[in-house]
Design a protein around this ligand. Structure first.
Ligand code: 13P
Ligand code: SF4
Length: 307
């Protein structure tokens, strides 16, 4: 453990802070977090967090979700500018106009969207529960799924349910191509390919398993295979290597580089995380009415995915 990690752990204790980190966070942050997981797991952890405050190491929409499900807690981030291309692809005013022009749609929003978009949604989903959530939407309602057309397409494939898809994508997962994944498959014929559903249909078709980041951990743990090609953001490799040091994890390549990094996730550093706890800033805040409106679709998701 580095000297800064030791100082961070002491400060975390002094502040009685709960540190939540997404699977894509830098290794040195994952190592000192109280919980590391996917968007769904982080929402549950945020909801039940007991400490005096939450330090959320992830991107902005994830910290917003933590604030919405646990509004009494102060929520801090290492860097408030850590956004998400997928959340950016669906501005709240554009959605408002679309819904006025197409009344009666049932809005299922992937958690990768802003609080103002969540506030206009009927239910939220994550990549870990999207299929389950869509299956629970009343049959007689037409669904608008947003903002990720790739995740939406995957859910349509799994459920057979037709949905209107918003035209958004994750710039990181769009970098993986059928040719880049095909190439590494041929180089490592014994390795299983595990891909995130934000990848295109052509990439998903080459995968042995398509799942959320948390489910990747379970899949690799229970699989008899020793070797895996991980087709998602590279931070995932730290988590997998830490938990399964006896297995081999290869980064799914893009056509341009050996691994894909989310520039937003990587805005967070251990130094910034330490400063955020020391200064209790930057703090994530939301207007009360947004918290109020966004809470019910998130709570519906948490309820629906529990049982
Ligand atoms: P997970 O919910 O699978 O952790 O994914 C979040 C994300 O941002 C994927 O790019
Ligand atoms: Fe958003 Fe993509 Fe980064 Fe995930 S990897 S936070 S979807 S930009």
């Amino acid at each position: 453990m580095s000297p800064l990690q030791k100082k961070f752990l002491q400060l975390k204790q002094d502040r009685k802070a709960v540190v939540l980190a997404h699977n894509y966070q830098p290794k040195e942050i994952q190592e000192v977090a109280d919980y590391v997981g996917d968007s769904l797991g982080l929402s549950y952890e945020a909801q039940k967090a007991k400490g005096d405050c939450i330090l959320f190491c992830g991107v902005h929409f994830m910290a917003e979700t933590a604030k919405i499900v646990n509004p009494e807690k102060r929520v801090f981030m290492p860097d408030l500018q850590a956004g998400c291309s997928l959340a950016d692809s669906c501005p709240a005013d554009k959605l408002k106009d679309y819904l006025s022009a197409h009344p009666g749609l049932y809005v299922v929003s992937y958690v990768n969207c802003t609080a103002a978009v969540k506030a206009q949604s009927d239910v939220i989903c994550t990549s870990g529960n999207a299929e389950k959530i869509v299956r629970k939407v009343p049959e007689d309602r037409e669904i608008l799924f947003l903002p990720d057309r790739n995740l939406g397409d995957w859910v349509m494939q799994k459920t057979g349910r037709k949905m209107r898809l918003w035209d958004g994508d994750c710039y990181v997962h769009m970098e993986f191509t059928a040719s880049s994944i095909d190439r590494i498959r041929k180089e490592h014929p014994d390795a299983l390919v595990v891909a995130h559903p934000e990848c295109t249909r052509a990439v998903r078709a080459l995968a042995d398993e398509v799942c959320s980041t948390e489910k990747m951990v379970g899949y690799c743990r229970t699989s008899p295979s020793r070797s895996f090609i991980i087709v998602t953001e590279e931070g995932m490799l730290h988590r997998l290597r830490r938990e399964m040091p006896d297995k081999q994890f290869l980064a799914g390549p893009t056509d341009r580089c050996a691994c894909a990094e989310c520039r937003y996730m990587k805005m967070n550093t251990l130094e910034k995380a330490f400063l955020a706890l020391e200064k209790l800033s930057p703090e994530l805040t939301l207007p009360d009415e947004v918290i109020e409106k966004a809470r019910s679709p998130i709570e519906r998701m948490l309820d629906w995915s529990r049982n």
